[in-house]
Design a protein around this ligand. Sequence first.
Ligand code: SF4
Length: 106
Amino acid sequence: IIDPEKGSSCQRSATFCPTGAISKFTDKDGTFGVEHFPGDCVKCRCCADICPQQALTLSDEVFAVDLLSGAVERYEMKPLVHPVDDPHQIWRTMKDLLGCDQVYER
Ligand code: SF4
């Protein structure tokens, strides 16, 4: 279960999911987010552990119909505060995450 309102739209869960059960998507109209394929999830918890906003919750109840039907849950995300085409995006994001101005880039 992903709470897109709680998350920072970093899509880190998709980057670190070892099975591809969470993957990134971007539509032609610019809508972006992650898709979850419950049938590919092995409940390793990487996605929940890597999320700095605790926006992911693993459910103990998985319905057979979701696994067998190839269901895909789609979570649209809000636009990034610091767009990825900003060369200082990582620095700005780290300042926000740490809540501190004393973060420097080389
Ligand atoms: S718990 Fe499932 S969705 Fe999350 S990282 Fe592991 S395999 Fe991927």
